[in-house]
Design a protein around this ligand. Structure first.
Ligand code: FE2
Length: 341
């Protein structure tokens, strides 16, 4: 806990600050963009004796201050609060009051733990998960997502985050023609789902758990609602999404964002069924330039922030402002997640 408590710096903005038990702090891994800390960090005032219910009260009373920090920064880390179990985390999520988003159509294998809480992507520890906006490839994606560290990784396993508009700006500066073409054509994603889950793959959800049914015609209906076409195969189904936009104009902040899974799909959608180069193409079906995709991967890494998880940490992300990823790790590590509309 050392680094968070040493660097505490009280602020008195809106509902937080002195006397509320909630302090805006800083840690060495944090970055700053346009003078705004990324991520915003709120920790507990050492003189304030929090138990879970007092913490829930504090969130409820200072919700607009916390949401303001999230809006300005794009990400908010809550560190040093007495959040221990999955159901504690569920109560924190509920205190923020965002509507729940059911997990339909995402690529990662997840299990419901309690209430609105799911396991985060359960793909193998030695695999890293590339940067993505959560469910960017389906029309109904979460606007916010929460992560909670129930069990600290033995080593590694950070969840790096990066500001999406920054990635757009860097790419636009460096590859204006490519970005223009991407903006105009969008992307097509193709993923082959197996029959039943394949836990050895980072994109290993089978079609039944992707569409929450065992009925092919129900799967087709649900796929259509997600803007996905299905082509049934002998040992699974090919899902085709798009063309869909790769760049979005984010209304609330008035800026363009890199809202796509291009790099993730191109460099990561690989398993026994999937060839990453076929997983994503321009919206007209033509292949993407490999060199530019790998350079984009570098930009994502260079601009990102990776904070080592501490037990009890809660990371709240604005899915319209930041992309996230996961580093490989040594078990144990248990990160839980909750998605909001
Ligand atoms: Fe994710």
């Amino acid at each position: 806990m050392g680094e968070a408590s040493e660097a505490k710096m009280p602020v008195a903005v809106g509902g937080g600050g002195s006397g509320t038990g909630l302090l805006e702090g800083s840690i060495p891994q944090q970055k700053s963009f346009d003078g705004i800390p990324f991520p915003a960090i709120v920790s507990s005032d050492a003189s304030f004796d929090f138990d879970l219910s007092r913490f829930i009260d504090a969130i409820t009373h200072h919700k607009s201050w916390l949401q303001g920090l999230l809006h300005c920064s794009g990400a908010l880390l809550l560190r040093g609060f007495p959040v221990v179990t999955a159901s504690d985390f569920d109560s924190v999520v509920q205190a923020f009051g965002y509507d729940e988003l059911p997990y339909v159509g995402g690529a990662a294998p997840r299990t419901n733990v309690v209430g609105r809480v799911f396991t985060a992507n359960e793909s193998p520890p030695d695999q890293k998960i590339p940067f993505h906006h959560e469910m960017a490839q389906v029309p109904e994606f979460p606007s916010k997502l929460f992560f909670f560290c129930e069990e600290e990784p033995a080593s590694g396993g950070e969840t790096p985050i990066v500001l999406s508009h920054l990635v757009y700006n860097r790419m636009k500066e460096k590859y204006p023609e490519f970005v223009e073409k991407l903006d105009e054509l969008g992307l097509i994603y193709t993923r082959i789902l197996g029959v039943g889950d394949d836990p050895s793959s980072p994109i290993g959800r089978g079609w039944q758990s992707t569409f929450l049914t065992t009925d092919k015609s129900v799967a087709e209906e649900r796929a259509a609602r997600l803007g996905m076409k299905l082509e049934w195969m002998e040992d699974g189904v090919k899902t085709i999404t798009g063309p869909i936009p790769a760049i979005k104009f984010e209304q609330t902040r008035g800026r363009k964002i890199w809202f796509n899974s291009m790099v993730a799909a191109y460099t990561g959608w690989e398993d026994a069924r999937n060839d990453p180069v076929k997983a994503v193409t321009f919206g007209d079906g033509t292949p993407l330039p490999s060199k530019i995709i790998y350079d984009c991967l570098k930009i994502l890494d260079n601009e990102s922030v990776a904070i080592p998880w501490q037990k009890g940490d809660i990371l709240l992300l604005d899915n319209l402002a930041v992309l996230h990823s996961r580093r490989s790790f040594k078990p144990p590590r248990r990160i839980l997640a909750s998605l909001c509309k």
